[in-house]
Every structure is written in structure tokens, then in C-alpha cells.
Design a protein around this ligand. Structure first.
Ligand code: 1HN
Length: 348
């Protein structure tokens, strides 16, 4: 005879079953499938904007609380408000504001995490990468690829602040992190300043240089002066409706991103120009270098000005409007997603 199971009995049977399989460290897929494979990205990350004018004093305060030496790196991490305690700005990226005071050195070390810097405030500091120094000037984009020795110093009279971007969460996810301190406090220069740019950054490379496709570039500084000149140089005709005048930083020897885990971009929006909304799967950190305007991320609007940093989560629509001619820098995990065939963009 057919006996129908009442819903209450079915629920009890299931709960009991889940309990018993749980003891063997198993769990039913059907309870989590929708969350595991959502119809579209639903990042836990929220949009956020850090106003430099509001945080600058607190960044400077760190300079009175701890030395660069003691801290190793004196940085205020920009934590996504929805991911507090996780030291990340998106699920795949870390960002922070680093301060170095006059006379200080941030000692030489290396790690498998890749880092990028965008210089924001003050002058007189340098970064050394594998034996070559570069003077840090506002807007300069500087990279320290995985496992390269790097230290910073401030030979000037002003505090210097830059934005750090690292692939820390990616490396942590892969459990592939290694790090070591150098015996040399600051690296002995092996080559004069400008050597890498002359060898690798002038549309030429040394005769015997044969980079592999995923090798990071030997060009470890992209001076803002050059970036800006390129953005101004392409600012004729109509800007792209979704991006304005936008360029991507590359490894000039391969055309790939400067480092394999992070892509970086620079864009110029003429005064009065408003972009159409666009969304992409790479959650992105933006910095305003010049000018200002308004940004809409999903449903939220903010005004932005110089040195403000904002984060756009994966698959949330971004719209920008410039009040004054604006220049923005941005970075994301796009090259990782592209290498895996995951990256998508939708122009709305
Ligand atoms: C690092 O090496 C730097 O070299 C900055 O300036 C931030 C955050 C975590 C791990 C290493 C730097 C960092 C970092």
C-alpha cells in the first residue's frame, strides 16, 4: 500500500539525514547549489570611497606612532566595509596607503606577492627594485613583481604617501606565499636610475632578451609624465562612450599586463563628459589623479576629487562624470580572469 510522507516527516527525515552525513564530513549539494553557482556574480564586496582629504591626517598620525623601520611597512590598509578583518579591498585584491617620513627607510625584502604603487602625495622618496632606484613622483605607476627585492627610502623633506596594490588574497587563496628579509637594509644600487627604462621602456629590448609570455616587465616605473602625455595625445575626436580616453599599461616586450596577476589602466575624461554605465567581472580600485567629478557605482553616488580612492565590485555598473578634466588610475585582477577565460564586460 502506498503511504504518503507528510511534509513535517520529510523535513525531519532530511534533518536527521544531514546530521548523520555531517558526522562523516559530507553535506548535500542541493542545499547550496544556487549560492555556489549563481546566475551572475554576487560579490560580498560593497562599493566604497575613501576621501583623501578626510584620511590624510590619520595617515600622517601613523608617522608619529610608529617608525617605518619598526612597522617594516607603515601602511593603513583600505578594508572593504563588507570584509572587515580580512585585509582586502575586493576578494582578490589588497590596497593600502603607505607613508614614509623624511630620512626613513622601509627595509629590503621580497615575497611572492606582486605589488604596485601609485604615488599620491609629497616628493623626495624612492623605491629600489632588484638593484635599481626610481624617484617617486606624483602619479608614477611603479611595480615590484613577485620575488623582486624592494625597499623604499625618503631622501627629501616631506612625508610621501602612495597607494599600494597587491595580489595578497590571490596568493593566500593558492597558499603560495613566501617571503624573506634581506641582509642589506637598503639595496646597494647595481645600476643607475633610468637604466631599466632605457633598456626595456623605449620600444627596444636588449639583443638577447627573450621574455616568456607571463614574465613581468623589467620596466618597473611608468612615469606619470609619459602616461599623461599619451592620454592628452589621444584626446582628440570622440571619447569612448563607456571609458572616455582610456589606456592599459603593458609589458612593452610582450603586450601583456605589467605583472601576471594585476592589470592597470589610466583614463582621461574631459570636463563635462559622462560615461555610459559599464560593468565587468573584475572588481576594480580607482584613484583620481587629476580633476574631479561624480561616480555612480550600482545605486550609490559619490563626488570624487584628487587622491580619492574608490572600489567598484565585480559586475556592478560604473558611471563617471568629470566636472573638470579628470585623470584616473585603476587596477584589477583582469589578467588573471582573462588567462582563465572568465573575464566579461557589459557595456550598458
Ligand atoms: C609590502 O612589501 C609593501 O613593499 C607594501 O611597500 C605593503 C603589504 C603586505 C605585504 C607586503 C611594500 C605590503 C607589503
Amino acid at each position: 500500500m502506498h503511504t504518503a510522507t507528510r511534509p513535517a516527516d520529510a523535513a525531519r527525515l532530511r534533518a536527521d539525514y544531514y546530521e548523520r552525513i555531517g558526522e562523516r564530513h559530507m553535506t548535500p549539494l542541493w542545499e547550496v547549489l544556487g549560492a555556489l553557482v549563481p546566475p551572475q556574480p554576487r560579490p560580498p564586496v560593497v562599493p566604497h570611497l575613501w576621501r583623501y582629504a578626510e584620511v590624510r591626517d590619520q595617515v600622517m598620525e601613523a608617522g608619529r606612532l610608529i617608525s617605518a623601520e619598526e612597522a617594516e611597512r607603515r601602511v593603513l590598509i583600505l578594508e572593504n566595509p563588507a570584509l572587515r578583518g580580512q585585509s582586502c579591498i575586493t576578494q582578490s585584491l589588497y590596497a593600502g596607503l603607505q607613508l614614509i617620513m623624511p630620512g626613513e627607510v622601509a627595509p629590503a625584502h621580497r615575497h611572492t606577492q606582486s605589488a604596485l604603487r601609485l604615488v599620491l602625495d609629497g616628493e623626495g622618496a624612492y623605491t629600489a627594485v632588484d638593484g635599481e632606484r626610481t624617484t617617486m613622483r606624483r602619479g608614477d605607476f611603479i611595480i615590484t613583481p613577485a620575488w623582486t627585492w624592494h625597499d623604499h627610502g625618503n631622501l627629501g623633506e616631506q612625508p610621501v604617501v602612495w597607494l599600494d596594490g597587491l595580489d595578497i588574497p590571490i596568493v593566500r587563496f593558492l597558499d603560495a606565499g613566501f617571503a624573506e628579509r634581506s641582509e642589506q637594509h637598503s639595496q646597494q644600487p647595481l645600476r643607475p636610475e633610468g637604466d631599466a627604462l632605457a633598456r626595456y621602456g623605449a620600444n627596444m629590448v636588449p639583443l638577447d632578451y627573450q621574455p616568456r609570455p607571463a614574465d613581468p616587465t623589467r620596466v618597473f616605473v611608468y612615469p606619470f609624465e609619459r602616461t599623461r602625455a599619451s592620454l592628452v595625445g589621444i584626446s582628440h575626436g570622440t571619447p569612448d562612450a563607456h571609458h572616455g580616453f582610456k589606456l592599459r599599461y603593458v609589458n612593452p616586450a610582450t603586450g601583456a599586463s605589467p605583472m601576471p596577476t594585476m592589470g592597470a589602466f589610466a583614463q582621461r575624461l574631459p570636463a563635462g563628459f559622462e560615461t555610459r554605465p559599464v560593468r565587468s567581472t573584475d572588481g576594480t580600485v580607482h584613484v583620481c589623479l587629476e580633476g574631479g567629478g561624480e561616480v555612480r557605482i550600482g545605486e550609490t553616488d559619490w563626488r570624487f576629487q584628487e587622491n580619492d580612492v574608490f572600489v567598484v565590485p565585480s559586475w556592478q555598473a560604473l558611471q563617471l562624470r568629470a566636472d573638470r578634466d579628470a585623470v584616473l588610475f585603476s587596477f584589477s585582477d583582469r589578467p588573471v580572469q582573462q588567462a582563465l577565460g572568465l573575464w566579461r564586460e557589459e557595456r550598458l
